[in-house]
Design a protein around this ligand. Structure first.
Ligand SMILES: [Zn+2]
Length: 603
């Protein structure tokens, strides 16, 4: 990341021993009686755990080391022969301190891993006991087995004062049949998290927002990274730690500011957790510093050519590529549109162009949440297609949050496959859509777009995590975002003003019918929705022609009469899946433009 400058203020710089090394040191330091067995659960990958088991075996200790994070999934990966498996029944624990489906969610992505195998997930009666899963296994050749999988958790009160049930490291030592010790153990992951939160909250921050320009949290720590070919099955404890640090700090600054929980207008500054793997000790450094210069160069991702056709773009576009594609649309051979712009907090330009035409005007935007990158390409592709029509009437604003986008690119250099929610909001830390007090900065572009065009439809392109999103130090399920934790296909959120309900439904029907012409998209949706149902339960959305939709009325006069929010599970995808994502985004936008022409005129 950008080198620390003299203007950085270091709040904390601390090294912690690796939990696994500590355990091995303690266990081998004393003379072992014959028959000593050890079972441990911690944040380490399978190869490291197996090597540690061998080391302990050489000193006479029989050790079994498991993953503390997603223990059921790791049990299937490490201890069950999947070949020839015919039927699996998982009884998952229900704990009074956790949401009822917490452990069904933590079993994700079992439905995908066991595709083609008869799988049933059923809840056990609620119990305060240490959670465990019971698994019935049946193979084609008639073999049967019943496994009990321990899921070590602790009940604790978090920094917000909420009582939570969270995964924890755990150590159990036996001498023969006698249990010598058995209990939770604060791993380096949990200690780093606690130290980071304590150090930030102990600071004497200014009385009002923003509290800093940028708050860097650099963490190097061992961890778990499971990367199968299927994106939806990715598991990564470093990514999870980034998410938990970012959202926990947002929640704490929210409370400090006196705002309501979840208020997206909070402007603490830019909170930047940068969590990287270490194969030794863990280290945590926290510093505040001024924003980096807006022109700071970040290397382009591999495989991105400057002049690649938009439709073939296999990863997030570089800002220069966005600008180049935007210029072509704005200049539209011989019939240039009306350009306008706003300025971001860090001094980047939010570009937009208005092309006047005959039909109803539509605003198409992308990049409000800057780690949702397929919408930027989708907005440009839809606008490019419209620019070729002689009378198309539209505004395009492909990148609404360029500061967040720059941070996303910066974070993707060390960790291209992490979801990086720290890059979701603006450099001030707020969601640009909800900014309602001057200086409006980025937000001015959207208002100007609606004012200039009089658009009754805003197609606002978004994305969400392509694999599971967790907060393992804070109750596992992301607080306030429980609905978004696992993928559920490409889906639509439609918001309308009072009196527009019937038109909103007709427009949604039209878009869904168009999307249904892609068999590949319908198959993608069907598969992800099926997996969602197994782990998360029923979807609180209606499914229209194969696409999940939520239509609701809003009472907000600073928006278009109709807003179509597109949601593709695009965070962390590259290559053909990324092309597939912006294919769907562009198709939805163009279908919505066509749909507007069929609606009855304004009342
Ligand atoms: Zn979004």
């Amino acid at each position: 990341m950008t080198p620390t400058t003299s203007s950085a203020r270091v709040l904390l710089d601390v090294a912690l021993p690796r939990t696994l090394d500590q355990w091995i040191g303690t266990l081998t330091a004393r003379p072992m009686k014959p028959g000593t067995t050890v079972e441990g659960w911690l944040y380490e990958g399978v190869e490291t755990r197996r090597a540690a088991e061998q080391r302990l075996a050489s000193t006479g200790i029989e050790a079994h080391l498991h993953s503390a994070y997603k223990p059921l999934v790791h049990h299937f990966l490490e201890s069950i022969e999947l070949r020839g498996l015919r039927r699996v029944v998982v009884r998952y624990p229900v704990h009074p301190t956790a949401p009822a489906r917490r452990f069904a969610l933590e079993a994700y992505p079992l439905a995908d891993m066991l595709a083609g195998i008869d799988l049933e997930l059923t809840p056990m009666p609620p119990a305060e006991a240490q959670p465990h899963y019971e698994v019935d296994l049946e193979w084609e050749d008639g073999r049967r087995r019943q496994d009990v999988v321990f899921a070590p958790n602790r009940v604790h009160v978090d920094a917000l004062g909420e009582t939570l049930l969270s995964p924890t490291a755990w150590l159990r030592v036996r001498q023969g049949a006698i249990i010598e010790s058995d209990g939770p153990h604060e791993s380096e992951h949990e200690a780093l998290f606690r130290l980071a939160i304590d150090a930030v909250m102990a600071q004497d921050w200014p009385a009002s927002e923003p509290y800093f320009e940028r708050l860097d949290l650099r963490i190097d720590v061992p961890g778990i990274a499971f990367a199968p070919p299927e994106e939806a099955s990715w598991i990564n404890s470093h990514e999870a730690l980034h998410e938990d640090l970012y959202f926990t700090l947002m929640e704490l600054f929210q409370r400090r500011s006196g705002r309501a929980a979840g208020d997206r207008r909070l402007q603490p500054g830019q909170i930047v957790p940068d969590v990287r793997p270490s194969d030794g000790a863990a280290r945590l450094r926290i510093a505040t510093r001024p924003y980096p210069a807006a022109d700071a160069q970040v290397p382009m991702s591999a495989g991105l050519g400057r002049h690649m056709a938009l439709a073939e773009t296999t990863g997030p576009l570089a800002p220069a590529q966005v600008a180049e594609a935007f210029d072509r649309i704005a200049d539209r051979q011989g019939r240039p549109g009306h350009r306008f712009a706003a300025m971001s907090r860090q001094g980047r330009t939010v570009s937009a162009v208005y092309h006047r035409g005959s039909g109803p005007a539509v605003l198409i935007s992308g990049g409000q949440h800057a780690n949702e990158t397929s919408g930027v390409v989708g907005a440009l592709r839809a606008a490019q297609a419209l620019a070729e029509r002689p009378d198309a009437h539209f505004v395009v604003m492909p990148l609404e949050n360029p500061d967040g986008y720059a941070l996303h690119r910066e974070l993707c250099v060390p960790a291209p496959r992490h979801m990086h929610h720290a890059a979701r909001y603006t450099a001030l830390g707020d969601d640009v859509e909800f900014r309602d007090a001057p200086p409006l900065l980025e937000r001015e572009a959207r208002q100007e777009a609606l004012r200039l065009s009089g658009a009754d439809l805003h197609v606002n392109m978004h994305g969400y995590p392509a694999h599971e999103w967790t907060r393992p130090m804070s109750g596992y399920i992301p607080r306030g975002f429980a609905f978004w934790t696992v993928p559920k296909g490409f889906f639509l959120i439609v918001r309308h003003h009072a009196g527009w309900g019937e038109r909103a439904r007709r427009l949604t029907e039209h878009v869904c019918l168009e999307l249904a012409s892609s068999q590949a998209l319908m198959e993608f949706n069907r598969k992800q929705l099926a997996s969602y149902n197994v782990h998360a339960g029923d979807l609180p959305f209606e499914v229209i022609h194969g696409t999940a939709c939520m239509i609701s009325e809003v009472d907000r006069q600073d928006t278009a009469a109709l807003t179509l929010i597109t949601e593709f599970p695009d965070e962390t995808i590259y290559g053909a899946p990324f092309v597939f994502a912006h294919d769907a985004q562009a198709a939805a936008a163009l279908a919505a433009v066509d749909g507007m022409r069929h609606l009855s005129p304004n009342p």
